[in-house]
Design a protein around this ligand. Structure first.
Ligand SMILES: [Zn+2]
Ligand SMILES: [Zn+2]
Length: 371
């Protein structure tokens, strides 16, 4: 008890973690792996591996973002299998890591990826990390480590004698934090935009709360496809560092992208919301905003593929930049999730559970930083 008084915060956190660990082991592991798509050099494929892990094939290159293939994050067990297995991956040119959190930077997965490339006698991939994360990925078999600060960019050059076009990778800001443990708060964090002439630009936000950076990223880098997180938003205090489904949708609108692929849900128990809640809430909000056709959830191991023709079509669907809202209030997402998916939380109902509360009003309150 004396300890609880001295460190009430730490004790509460440990209790929360223990509950998540216990619950994570309660259900059988679900889902199955698939083969990655065979993609022509001029096509783009976005394959969801699970949680925030993606395989992106574009501009003749194959890039992994935040690849996590392990069944456990230390003690927390995943709920669904990764949708791809490492032995089936195409030759990987680069691995992009958004930040050092355990559910995004998994050293054993990274080592297994470079070992697999070496086993096949393929060149070792490069790894791209935020500033001050390089020490966590050195010695894992990467050909080189490139560190980027917000808005910095780097290029995977076109290989001689191929149809590749250069692939530009820009680091984007986020509202989150970078410490892997407690004290290493010097570590960077953020997201990435991948751009190549003739291919859709792809944005992976990493982990982030809702912030006005979405609009700025949209203005500066003009992503076509946005991979945005929709889980770990409850209790409400979590929204200082994570988006709720409705906030992610608002971020998508702020970005002015054509297509949203949700992530950061269903795989690891990180928030206290029910595991099955984020996706129906997102789809409901998208329906209310009449943009259901622009939200494309992918099952693990499934891909969204655009040929060159598909890319032209995607650009047609893009909202005109001049018509894009500069402020979230200009386009509000109606928030009214169906009752059936609302978990009763008598003492602290999340703000966005209130029926018919306009998003813009709520987002004003959410934007005040809680830390
Ligand atoms: Zn995360
Ligand atoms: Zn994180």
């Amino acid at each position: 008890m004396a300890m609880a008084q001295t460190h009430p915060f730490r004790v509460r956190k440990l209790r929360q973690l223990w509950r998540l660990v216990r619950e994570s082991n309660a259900q059988p592991l679900l889902g199955e792996a698939h083969l990655p798509p065979a993609v022509h050099a001029t096509d783009t494929a976005v394959t969801f591996i699970g949680h925030s892990s993606f395989l992106i094939q574009t501009a003749g290159r194959a890039v992994l973002i935040d690849p996590v293939f392990t069944t456990r994050l230390v003690v927390l067990r995943r709920q669904r299998r990764p949708g791809l297995v490492i032995g089936d991956l195409p030759p990987i040119d680069a691995v992009l890591l958004t930040h050092a959190h355990m559910d995004h930077l998994n050293r054993s997965s990274l080592r297994a990826i470079t070992l697999e490339m070496r086993r096949r006698k393929l060149p070792a991939p490069a790894v791209i990390v935020p500033n001050n994360v390089d020490d966590l990925v050195s010695g894992l078999g990467f050909a080189e480590i490139r560190s980027l600060g917000w808005w910095d960019s780097t290029e995977l050059a076109a290989r001689r004698g191929t149809q590749d076009t250069p692939l530009r990778i820009s680091a984007t800001p986020a509202r989150h934090w970078g410490a892997r443990l407690f004290r290493d708060t010097h570590r960077g964090f953020g997201g990435y935009v991948l751009q190549s002439a003739g291919s859709p630009a792809i944005y992976h936000s990493g982990d982030t709360a809702y912030f006005n950076g979405f609009a700025e990223i949209g203005r500066r880098l003009q992503p076509d496809i946005a991979l945005l997180p929709i889980g770990a938003y409850f209790p409400d205090s979590y929204r200082a560092v994570h988006t709720s489904p409705e906030e992610a949708l608002q971020g998508f609108l702020d970005l002015g992208a054509s297509l949203m692929i949700p992530m950061h849900y269903n795989t690891f128990r990180l928030g206290r919301e029910p595991m099955h809640e984020p996706l129906p809430r997102l789809l409901h909000a998208a329906g209310s905003a009449k943009i259901s056709d622009r939200v494309k959830p992918l099952a693990e191991g499934r891909s969204w593929i655009a040929s060159e023709a598909g890319h032209a079509e995607l650009q047609q669907h893009r909202p005109s930049r001049s018509a894009r809202p500069l402020h979230p209030a200009a386009t509000s997402v109606k928030v009214n999730p169906p009752r059936s998916i609302i978990a009763p939380t008598p003492h602290s109902a999340p703000l966005d559970h209130r029926a018919d509360a306009p998003f813009s009003r709520l987002s004003e309150r959410w934007r005040s930083p809680a830390h």
